[in-house]
Design a protein around this ligand. Structure first.
Ligand SMILES: NC(=O)c1ccc[n+]([C@@H]2O[C@H](COP(=O)([O-])OP(=O)(O)OC[C@H]3O[C@@H](n4cnc5c(N)ncnc54)[C@H](O)[C@@H]3O)[C@@H](O)[C@H]2O)c1
Length: 379
């Protein structure tokens, strides 16, 4: 008998690279952007398209692939959080299996909101242990947040994004003209994530929102100032994501608004969008920050005034202390045992705190209710 002393340390360095680029008029046949990754001639593409996008662009999409002689299979996906399921994940995998694609040079193309890009990217990351994909966001939430990072996932067992992966796209193609047809409530839903970035890390972006936010919302960001707000928000988001793509560092500024919102959106999936839950979390966090003297009365007022000016209405009755405390506890597990809650310290800068207790949540909900009555005459 020989003693086995075999030991080998395996290292495989991998560089993650992908492009996030403006690409207007994506379905114009002469525009090569959609086929700029992978091979073109005599090739195939599996394309997942949001049903509300398909309504507006089905002919253009068909014509685009015909023009390039690419055999495309279009899978129409109904957006909405209720469809971010393992069942839809499997439905996409089944369709994909009936339309074989090359493993390396025929990327899956995902065209839709955050739900669609999260589910489709999860398919891409697991199908044959990973095939390439391209993302084309068509909602504001997707444009400034969901599509530009590398997180994929589906909801499972009553939990948001419980199954998922980190998988970089080959490209993210940004065409803000998709936002023209997006319902107003979904525009505001995306604006909540822009407010998040502005408050926690970018005072200049906050100022731009104060100056041009209202007109940008009204024009669905088709105005020049709206375009500049979007570019700055994406640049800021990528600045945070790039050095921490796999979230080894768990204290993340971009988690501002994503502590109490977790419980809110899980419990109120039918009537609260992701961004709306995030903004409810933000306003409570702002009041906590004010109580801890991290924010002045003036800065607190500016934040509430901006939200009011942009026309975002919030149902603060949804803020139940016990639900928010449970959400904080869940996020503490997610953040490896420490709360790591980002809090604004003045507009545009941030600290992380680890000692929020249930009483503090309850007391600050009461203060928030008083603040809403004083400032806007409603609670
Ligand atoms: N992966 C990430 O890092 C990340 C980050 C933020 C949010 N998310 C996820 O994003 C999801 C929310 O994304 P969402 O708000 O885009 O939701 P969504 O994908 O459900 O889209 C919202 C609605 O807009 C419709 N729609 C899409 N594009 C349209 C267009 N151009 N015109 C008209 N209607 C259109 C859809 O059909 C849907 O009804 C959540 O599941 C959230 O967890 C992921």
């Amino acid at each position: 008998m020989t003693d086995s002393t075999f030991q080998r340390h395996v290292v495989y360095p991998q560089t993650i690279e992908y492009d996030v680029v403006n690409a207007n008029n994506l379905f114009q046949p002469q525009n090569p952007a959609l086929l700029s990754a992978g091979k073109t001639r005599n090739s195939r593409r599996f394309v997942v398209v949001d049903h509300n996008v398909e309504k507006h662009y089905s002919t253009e999409i068909q014509n685009y692939f015909e023009y390039h002689q690419v055999d495309a299979k279009i899978f129409t996906f109904p957006g909405g959080e209720e469809n971010k399921t393992i069942e839809y994940y499997l439905a996409i995998v089944r369709e994909l299996d009936s339309f074989p694609i090359h493993r390396r040079d025929e990327p899956i193309i995902a065209i839709g909101g955050g739900v669609l890009t999260d589910v489709t990217a999860f398919v891409a990351s697991t199908y044959r242990r990973g095939v390439p994909h391209i993302k084309v966001p068509t909602t504001l939430m997707g444009y400034v947040d969901a599509s530009i990072g590398i997180k994929t996932g589906v909801n499972f067992n009553g939990n948001k994004n419980r199954l998922g992966s980190f998988q970089a796209p080959q490209k993210v193609l940004l065409d803000k003209s998709f936002l023209r047809t997006l319902p107003q409530r979904h525009i505001l839903n995306g604006v909540c994530e822009i407010i998040k970035l502005a408050v926690i890390k970018d005072a200049e972006l906050f100022h731009m929102l104060e100056m041009y936010g209202q007109q940008s919302v009204e024009s669905h960001f088709q105005n020049d100032e709206g375009g500049r707000i979007l570019d700055r928000a994406i640049a800021g988001m990528l600045e945070e994501l790039q050095p921490n793509l796999f979230e080894e560092e768990l204290a993340r500024k971009v988690d501002f608004g994503h502590t109490f919102s977790y419980g809110l959106e899980t419990d109120h999936e039918a009537d609260l969008f992701h961004g709306e839950a995030v903004l409810l979390d933000i306003i409570l966090s702002v009041v906590i920050a004010k109580s801890r003297n991290l924010l002045t009365e003036e800065d607190t007022g500016r934040i509430f005034e901006l939200i009011h000016k942009l026309g975002i209405s919030l149902d603060i009755a949804l803020l139940e202390p016990e639900l928010l405390w449970q959400s904080l506890e869940e996020r503490t597990y997610h953040r490896n045992g420490l709360q790591r809650v980002p809090m604004p310290h003045g507009i545009g800068t941030c600290v992380f705190i680890n000692d929020i207790n249930a009483n503090e949540i309850e007391e600050n909900i009461k203060l928030l209710e008083e603040w809403m009555v004083v400032k806007h005459g409603n609670a």
